[in-house]
Write a protein that binds this ligand. Structure first.
Ligand SMILES: [Zn+2]
Length: 576
């Protein structure tokens, strides 16, 4: 697909010399400075012609790969009726991220943050028989999520462009196949746009699903984090990563000291207690009270660890932190003083690490009081142990025997989920199978943050002068800078090159402005087009043009007559 070429003198375009105050991330600053985007409101941006071209090229690559994998494109509305969301319970469950509105008749709607309900509604009305399955349906559409603190420009905007595909199958085997097709298509998409990515095991989150994987780009500015093992290649989202149960030495009873009750007024935090008792957080056990459909649950983790609520939910079902009143009712103490001793009437689950602790500190179930020298089995018993803590940098790898996990910040670019019947059962999307039995359709969902790809490319590929776009998604592949547009002879040469490159399949940005060379070079570096042809004095004197590569700043002089071929061969090399 060929995009139109353009003269800078006619383009709606302005670069900024200064970094706008609102920009927190490099990509955000460079996209604003380069004239790719402009802010309309917090987390809401306009794409200027330059930015729109990058977005369009990303979109086109995604569309080609979705189509090649058997996807059919459609377009669903942005404004969605509440009733559909109420059918699945997500009208309430989605929380504040869901932007709700009302029409003049008081009917409730939301701005679509994702489209499982709408697509399931479409399919339940159209599909009757197994003969109509499988289906892979997708759209590339604007979404809205009312993030409390949108930051990072296009990386976490409130309004953003997304590709969402939904698969509909007769059975699990069909879902596995659809999932595999999407997984492969995603790898091709991220390869083609030129991003270096990792695929990690992930949590289902709000969408709800099993077998979920995320496509991550490693970037210091990323809000997500993953744990990776260099030895075996294991990668998981930090929320998902399992911890290998530590094989600590068995606790010897002879080393156990008598329990002591200590007064710890107002010391509700681990740090306060351990500083006061001059001990380490690793020698304390936190008791966290949760409530869920199955009642109250107390979760025990070492004081220096972070509880992983997703892991807890996998053991006990969905839970939420208990409110202060409930904590007081359960433990008999204010928040911050709960402990396992005497709490046996409550379902207690402890992280594996608690097994190997000796003479540790816990809350005393009495306000302003802790216990020291507490020991498992002597002072309290635990029936259930589980992996409850968040994995951390430096933990042993759960997959191989000698690797260590390394924490890396990253940006989530895409995810693939097996949904199963979560939506089809809630919304009665069924079909009649070959055996005449009516069954719920098995679903999957697969998303890519299209606008986020634009930001991630800028975030991971730039230097101090500007963006270095991968050729496949650069706003133009070639830029021509005519250094002295008032010399008619040079202008004619530049015009000719501009006209010759286009039929050869290249989209060209032609800087024909009456500006100083310094301005043109600075703008060219900032907007980051892969190949830059400079036409100036030496072109007139020797009949040569300078070819600059944005990626490595290399320069070469090429006879004017060979420039088209030279550019073609450079592009072929960079694509290889
Ligand atoms: Zn490993």
């Amino acid at each position: 697909m060929q995009y139109p070429s353009m003269r800078v003198s006619q383009m709606f375009f302005r670069t900024l010399r200064e970094t706008p105050a609102e920009a927190e991330l490099v990509s955000h600053a460079l996209l604003l400075r380069g004239g790719f985007i402009r802010r309309l409101a917090a987390g809401v941006y306009s794409y200027m012609p330059l930015g729109w071209r990058v977005l369009s090229k990303v979109t086109q690559i995604i569309r080609e790969e979705m189509d090649a994998a058997g996807g059919q494109e459609l377009l669903m509305p942005t404004v969605l009726p509440a009733e559909l969301w109420q059918e699945t319970g997500r009208w309430a469950q989605y929380g504040e991220l869901l932007a709700k509105l009302e029409d003049r008749q008081g009917r409730k709607f939301c701005l679509g943050p994702t489209h499982e309900e709408v697509i399931t509604d479409l399919v339940r009305h159209e599909v009757r028989s197994y003969k109509q399955l499988p289906l892979l349906l997708y759209q590339i559409q604007t979404k809205f999520r009312d993030e409390l603190r949108p930051r990072g420009g296009l990386i976490r905007g409130r309004e953003f462009l997304m590709k969402d595909l939904y698969s509909f199958d007769r059975d699990r085997a069909g879902l596995d196949l659809s999932f595999e097709k999407m997984y492969d298509a995603y790898c091709r998409i991220f390869d083609r746009v030129g991003l270096r990515y990792s695929v990690v095991e992930a949590e289902g989150g709000d969408i709800g699903g099993t077998d979920t994987k995320e496509f991550m780009v490693i970037a210091d500015a990323g809000e997500d984090s993953m744990l990776q093992c260099a030895a075996c290649g294991f990668s998981a989202n930090r929320e998902r990563a399992e911890c290998r149960p530590a094989d600590g030495a068995p606790v010897s009873e002879s080393a156990m000291l008598p329990v002591e009750k200590v007064s710890t007024p107002d010391m509700k935090k681990v740090k306060d207690v351990t500083e006061f008792l001059k001990t380490d957080a690793r020698n304390l056990v936190k008791t966290l009270v949760y409530s869920g459909a199955g009642g109250v649950v107390a979760a025990l983790v070492r004081g220096d660890r972070e509880i992983n609520e997703a892991k807890l939910a996998r053991v006990v079902g969905p839970v939420a932190m208990a409110d202060p009143a409930m904590v007081e009712q359960v433990s008999g103490a204010a928040v911050g003083f709960a402990g396992p001793v005497g709490l046996e009437s409550v379902r207690m689950i402890a992280d594996h690490e608690v097994k190997s602790l000796l003479n540790f500190v816990t809350g005393a179930n009495e306000t302003d009081t802790h216990l020291t020298n507490v020991n498992l089995n002597r002072d309290f018993t635990i029936k259930e142990f589980a992996d409850l803590r968040c994995a951390e940098d430096g933990d042993p790898c759960p997959q191989c025997s000698d690797g260590t996990l390394e924490l890396k910040h990253c940006i989530e670019m895409g995810h693939v989920f097996k949904l199963g019947t979560r939506y089809s059962e809630a919304m009665n999307a069924v079909f009649q199978d070959e055996d005449s039995v009516v069954k719920p359709i098995i679903m999957g969902c697969y998303g890519i943050g299209v606008s986020r790809i634009v930001a991630a490319a800028a975030e991971t590929s730039h230097d101090d002068k500007g963006i270095i776009w991968p050729a496949a998604i650069a706003p133009f592949v070639v830029q021509i800078s005519l250094l002295d547009p008032n010399v008619g002879e040079l202008a004619a040469i530049a015009d000719k090159l501009y006209n010759d490159l286009q039929p050869a399949g290249m989209d060209v940005l032609y800087d024909d402005r009456d500006e100083r060379p310094g301005v043109k070079f600075a703008d060219a570096d900032l907007i980051g087009i892969p190949i830059h042809v400079v036409i100036g004095k030496r072109t007139r004197e020797r009949g040569e043009m300078e070819l600059q590569l944005r990626a490595d700043k290399s320069k070469r002089m090429v006879p004017a007559g060979d420039v088209v071929t030279a550019i073609q061969s450079l592009l072929t090399q960079s694509a290889a």
